[in-house]
Ligand binder design. Structure first.
Ligand code: ASP
Ligand code: MG
Length: 449
C-alpha cells in the first residue's frame, strides 16, 4: 500500500470559478499526501458540450454555446497571475472543441461525441494546475488517457482494471515524487487511443479507479455538500450529514438515487479497502462523511434515497408455469441492450422489474428497442411515472421489527411494488411520482427524527 497517498477529486461546482478553485488549492496545499488530483469540468460546461454533441443545431446556435463555454473558461484565465503560462494551450483546446462541435457527423458518431464532451475536463485540469502553482504546489497537468484504458463503448465506457493498474504504475507513479498530478475525471481512451467517457458523473469513478491502481490509502471526493445526508436535504430540512457509512451502504445509496457519488465509485474502494471521504470544498472545516469497510455503528436505518423516473415493466406469459427459461430469455434481451434492472418481483406467470429511464436520457432510445424485442416473446405492459424510495440500513432482513416500523410509516400510500430481502442493506418501494416526496418525509420522520 502506498501508505501516504491520497487521491483528491473536485467536482464541477468546486472548479467552477477561479475563486472556488482557490478553495480547492488550499485543501490540496494543506495535505502533503495528496499527490493525485482529479477534476470534473467546470460547472455547466459538460451540459453545454452534451447539447453540442446531441442536438441538431444551426451554426448560430453552435456559436452561441461555444461563446458560453469560452466565457466560463476565460473568466478563470483572466484571474490567473500568469495567464500566459497556459493561454496558448487553452486556445489549442478551444480550437479542437470548436472543430468537433462543427463536425458534420458530430450528432451521429459516438466517438466524436466523447472527444467533444471530454474537452470540459481537459480545460478544467489545465486551468486548475495553473491555480495550484499559484499556491506553490508543484502541479503538472497529466493526460488521463495515457493510463485510463477503457473498452470502446463510447459514452458509457467500462474501465480495464489490469491495464489501468499497469499503466498507472509505470507512467503515473514515477511522477508523484516530484509533482502533484492534476488529471481529468470522466475521460478515458480505448486500445486504439480513441477518447471515451465513463458516463455522466463519472469523475468520482475515475478518482476511485486511480486510487485503486496506485494503491492509495484514501480518496477524497470534494463537492458542494458537507458529506452524505440521511436523505436529500431539499426534501426535508431535518436531513442531517452522516459522519460514517460502510462501503455497502454507500453503494446502495448511490445506486438508489443519492446524488453525491457516482454509483460505481465504491467498487474500487471496496476491492482495495480505500477509505473514501466526501466533503465540501467551500467549507472543509465542517468535516464530512467517511466511507469505510467497518463502521463503528451499524444502525438498522442509515438513510433514505429516492430515484426518480423509473419505468416499470411487467412481462407476462401464460406459459410461464411450464416454460423453463422464460426469465432467462427476458433478461438476455435486457442484458443485450445494456440496461440495468434495479428491482424485480415475480409471480407465477409474470415478472415485474424497474428500469432507470429519466426523460431525454440516452437510454430512452435503447429502451424502446428493448421493449419491441420483448414483445416478440411475451405480453409487455409499461408503466411510467414512478419513483423508487429506498431505505438503506443494516441487517434489515433479519432484525425483528425493522420492516414493520417502515411499513407502518407508509400505510397511507399506494405501494406499487416492494422489494425486500435480497440484500440486508435495502428495502425499496415503487411509488408514484406524486407521492414519493411525502413517502420520504414520513419515513425520515419515523426512522430518524
Ligand atoms: N463532467 C462530467 C459530468 O458532468 C463528469 C463529472 O462531473 O463527474 O457528468
Ligand atoms: Mg459529479
Amino acid at each position: 500500500m502506498n501508505s501516504a497517498l491520497n487521491v483528491a477529486k473536485f467536482g464541477g461546482t468546486s472548479v467552477a470559478t477561479y475563486e472556488t478553485m482557490c478553495n480547492c488549492a488550499k485543501i490540496i496545499a494543506s495535505n502533503q499526501s495528496t499527490r493525485v488530483v482529479v477534476v470534473s469540468a467546470s460547472a455547466g460546461i459538460t451540459n453545454h458540450l452534451v447539447a453540442l454533441a446531441n442536438t441538431a443545431l444551426t451554426s448560430q446556435q453552435i456559436e452561441e454555446i461555444i461563446e458560453k463555454i469560452k466565457t466560463i473558461e476565460l473568466a478563470i484565465v483572466g484571474k490567473l497571475k500568469k495567464p500566459e503560462q497556459i493561454s496558448d494551450k487553452l486556445n489549442v483546446l478551444l480550437t479542437e472543441l470548436t472543430e468537433l462541435a462543427k463536425h458534420e457527423e458530430i450528432n451521429f458518431r459516438d466517438d466524436l461525441k466523447d472527444a467533444l464532451v471530454s474537452m470540459g475536463e481537459r480545460m478544467s485540469s489545465l486551468l486548475f494546475s495553473a491555480v495550484l502553482r499559484e499556491f506553490d504546489v508543484p502541479a503538472t497537468n497529466f493526460d488521463v488517457r495515457k493510463v485510463l484504458r477503457t473498452d470502446s463503448l463510447f459514452t458509457q465506457a467500462a474501465p480495464d482494471l489490469s491495464v489501468i493498474r499497469q499503466l498507472s504504475q509505470s507512467l503515473l507513479q514515477p511522477e508523484l515524487d516530484s509533482s502533484v498530478i492534476v488529471t481529468q475525471g470522466f475521460v478515458g481512451a480505448d486500445e486504439q487511443g480513441r477518447t471515451t467517457t465513463l458516463g455522466r458523473g463519472g469523475s468520482d469513478f475515475t478518482a476511485a479507479l486511480l486510487a485503486e491502481a496506485l494503491d492509495a490509502q484514501t480518496c477524497e471526493i470534494w463537492t458542494d455538500v458537507i458529506g452524505v445526508y440521511t436523505t436529500d436535504p431539499r426534501i426535508t430540512d431535518k436531513a442531517r450529514p452522516l459522519p460514517e457509512l460502510s462501503f455497502e451502504e454507500a453503494a446502495e445509496m448511490a445506486t438508489f438515487g443519492a446524488k453525491v457519488l457516482h454509483p460505481a465509485t465504491m467498487e474500487p474502494a471496496l476491492r482495495q479497502d480505500i477509505k473514501v471521504f466526501v466533503g465540501s470544498s467551500r467549507e472543509p472545516e465542517k468535516g464530512g462523511t467517511w466511507i469505510v469497510r467497518d463502521c463503528e455503528h451499524e444502525p438498522a436505518y442509515r438513510a433514505i434515497t429516492r430515484r426518480k423516473d423509473q419505468v416499470m415493466v411487467t412481462v407476462k406469459t401464460p406459459q410461464m408455469m411450464y416454460a423453463q427459461g422464460f426469465l432467462q430469455r427476458v433478461f438476455t434481451i435486457i442484458a443485450k441492450h445494456n440496461l440495468s434492472v434495479d428491482l424485480v418481483t415475480t409471480s407465477e406467470i409474470s415478472v415485474s422489474f424497474t428500469l432507470d429511464n429519466p426523460p431525454n436520457s440516452v437510454s430512452e432510445r435503447v429502451n424502446k428497442e428493448t421493449l419491441a424485442e420483448l414483445t416478440t416473446i411475451c405480453d409487455v405492459t409499461i408503466e411510467q411515472g414512478y419513483d423508487v424510495v429506498t431505505v438503506v440500513g443494516n441487517n434489515m432482513h433479519s432484525s425483528a421489527g425493522v420492516s414493520s416500523k417502515i411499513f407502518e410509516a407508509v400505510t397511507d400510500f399506494n405501494l406499487r411494488m416492494i422489494c425486500f430481502g435480497a440484500n440486508p442493506h435495502n428495502l425499496s418501494f415503487v411509488v408514484s411520482n406524486a407521492d414519493s416526496e411525502d413517502v420520504v418525509q414520513v419515513l425520515h420522520k419515523a426512522l430518524f427524527e
